[in-house]
Design a protein around this ligand. Structure first.
Ligand SMILES: Cc1ncc(C[n+]2csc(CCOP(=O)(O)OP(=O)(O)O)c2C)c(N)n1
Ligand SMILES: [Mg+2]
Length: 331
C-alpha cells in the first residue's frame, strides 16, 4: 500500500469534543504547572514539556482500546495523562517524591504503569522503537488483537535502529503503530537542517509498511487516522506509520537557549493552529457548549492540576532504604 496524505475531517459529537477539550487542557495546564515547579527548584534533572502537541496523544488514545500498549520518549507526561494515569502520581514523580509512579526514583523520563499499559518514558533517542516492536511481538505471540503505539520524534526517525525495527516488524507482521511526532525540531536542529526529505511517513515503503501524514494540530484528524491504523494492525496486516505534524511551543527541555527559531514563529503557530483553541471554536460555533460551560471545565482542570502540585509537594522524599529496592525483579 502506498503512503498518502490525509486532509478529510471526520464526524464528531458535542460530547466527544468536550472530552477532547478537557483532556488536552489537562495536559497543557499540567505541563505549565510542571514548568513553574521546575522554576521554583522543586523539580530537578531533565524535564521536557509537551505543550503544543496535546492533540497527538489525545486523538490517538481515542482510537485505542483496553489492552493496547503505549511506549514513548522522554517527552512523556502528556502520554501518561492521556492514557489515564493519575496526575498526582505523575507530578509527585517529577518532584522526586515517594507518591510518584516510580516512588520518586525515576523522575520525568522514567515512569511506567502496567495498569494502564504505559511502558515509559525512555531517554535514549530511538531506543524505545525496538522495545515497542517487542511489546507488539508479545501480543502477537499471545494471539490477542492488541496494538502498540510506539511514539518517537522527527529526530529519532533518522536513527538506524528505527529501520532495523521496521524490517522486523514488517517481516513478522507485528501489530505496531509507529507514531512519528514531527514537531519540526530535534533539540535546536530544524528538520530542514537534519533531514534529506521533509516527508517521513513514506520511509516504510521499502519495507512494505503503509504510512500516512496527519495534521497533529487537529485532534479529530488524528483520531480518524489512528482508527485506520488500528484497524490495519488488528486485522493482522502488520505495522503502520503515522507521521503527525505538530509543534512544541516550549524549549526542547527546561534548559533551552531558544536561539534556533524566532518568537514570531512560535506565536504564529499558537495564533493560527493551536489544537485546544480549535476544539474550543468548534464547541462554541456548534453550540455544543457556552463560554460558561468552558469556564467550568477550565476551573475543574485547574483544580485537578493544583491538587497534583500540592500532593507532589507534600509527599515525602523516598527513604534511604529505597536505594536498595526495585533493582532486580523480586520473585
Ligand atoms: C542516542 C541519543 N543521542 C542523542 C541524545 C540527545 N538528545 C536528546 S533529545 C534529542 C533530539 C530528539 O529530537 P526528536 O526525535 O525530534 O524528539 P523531540 O525532542 O522533538 O520530541 C537528542 C539529540 C539522546 N538522548 N540519545
Ligand atoms: Mg522533534
Amino acid at each position: 500500500m502506498a503512503a498518502r496524505k490525509t486532509t478529510k475531517k471526520p464526524n464528531t459529537s458535542g460530547e466527544e469534543l468536550k472530552k477532547f477539550y478537557r483532556e488536552m487542557l489537562l495536559i497543557r495546564r499540567f505541563e505549565e504547572k510542571a514548568g513553574q515547579l521546575y522554576g521554583m527548584g522543586l523539580i530537578g534533572g531533565f524535564c521536557h514539556l509537551y505543550i503544543g502537541q496535546e492533540a497527538v496523544v489525545v486523538g490517538l488514545e481515542a482510537a485505542a482500546k483496553e489492552g493496547d500498549k503505549r511506549i514513548t520518549t522522554y517527552r512523556d507526561h502528556g502520554h501518561m495523562l492521556a492514557c489515564g494515569m493519575d496526575p498526582n502520581g505523575v507530578m509527585a514523580e517529577l518532584t522526586g517524591r515517594e507518591g510518584g509512579y516510580s516512588k520518586g526514583k525515576g523522575g520525568s523520563m522514567h515512569m511506567f504503569s502496567r495498569d494502564k499499559d504505559f511502558y515509559g518514558g525512555h531517554g535514549i533517542v530511538g531506543a524505545n522503537v525496538p522495545l515497542g516492536a517487542g511489546l507488539a511481538f508479545a501480543d502477537k505471540y499471545k494471539g490477542n488483537d492488541n496494538v502498540t503505539f510506539t511514539y518517537f520524534g522527527d529526530g529519532a526517525a533518522n536513527q538506524g535502529q528505527v529501520y532495523e525495527t521496521f524490517n522486523m516488524a514488517a517481516l513478522w507482521d507485528l501489530p505496531v503503530i509507529f507514531v512519528i511526532e514531527n514537531n519540526q525540531y530535534a533539540m535546536g536542529t530544524s528538520q530542514q537542517r537534519s533531514t534529506s526529505s521533509p516527508d517521513i511517513y513514506h520511509r516504510g515503503e521499502a519495507f512494505g509498511i503503509p504510512g500516512e501524514m496527519v495534521d497533529g494540530m487537529d485532534v479529530l484528524a488524528v483520531k480518524e487516522a489512528g482508527e485506520k491504523a488500528v484497524a490495519h494492525c488488528r486485522a493482522g496486516k502488520g505495522p503502520y506509520i503515522l507521521e503527525v505534524k505538530t509543534y512544541r511551543y516550549r524549549g526542547h527541555s527546561m534548559s533551552d537557549p531558544a536561539k534556533y527559531r524566532t518568537r514570531e514563529e512560535v506565536q504564529k503557530v499558537r495564533d493560527e493552529k493551536d489544537a485546544i483553541e480549535h476544539v474550543r471554536d468548534l464547541l462554541l460555533q456548534g453550540k455544543h457548549a457556552s463560554e460558561d460551560d468552558l469556564k467550568a471545565i477550565d476551573k475543574e482542570i485547574k483544580g485537578i492540576v493544583n491538587a497534583s502540585a500540592e500532593f507532589a509537594k507534600e509527599s515525602p522524599e523516598p527513604a534511604l532504604d529505597e536505594l536498595w529496592t526495585d533493582i532486580y525483579v523480586e520473585a
